[in-house]
Design a protein around this ligand. Structure first.
Ligand SMILES: [Fe+2]
Ligand SMILES: [Fe+2]
Length: 127
């Protein structure tokens, strides 16, 4: 299981756990070279990431969290980057590129984002 930092809010931890599960299944599918399974899981991750980000944004708005614009900007930059990568995947179905995108870009980004942004946000929102 991929280790990710726990934050002081149960909803956020649950969102992260769901996302990490999909990422792990996706890495496994890459290893097996199963294009159909990778395609299915790329769709799932794309949808899940939107649920993850928009749920956090909703919580921040509800609590009028002061750093909302900065935290949302971080989400928006990954939304854009992921969408571009997703579009490329749909065109070339290159499994190796999915694996390197996850390992070199998405997972490190996610872990850093949780440690830097979600953990501070969670401390303000509480449980
Ligand atoms: Fe998060
Ligand atoms: Fe976040």
């Amino acid at each position: 299981m991929l280790e990710f930092p726990k934050v002081a809010n149960a909803i956020m931890n649950a969102l992260h756990e769901d996302e990490v599960e999909i990422i792990e299944e996706l890495l496994q599918a890459c290893k097996e070279g199963s294009v159909n399974r990778v395609d299915q899981l790329m769709d799932e991750l794309f949808q899940d990431m939107e649920i993850h980000f928009s749920t956090e944004e909703e919580m921040m708005r509800e609590f009028e969290f002061f750093a909302y614009p900065m935290h949302k900007a971080e989400h928006d930059s990954m939304r854009k980057e992921f969408k571009e990568f997703y579009t490329t995947w749909k065109e070339n179905k290159d499994v190796g590129r999915v694996e390197s995108f996850l390992k070199d870009r998405f997972i490190p980004w996610l872990l850093l984002h949780i440690a830097r942004w979600d953990s501070t946000t969670a401390m303000h929102l509480g449980d």
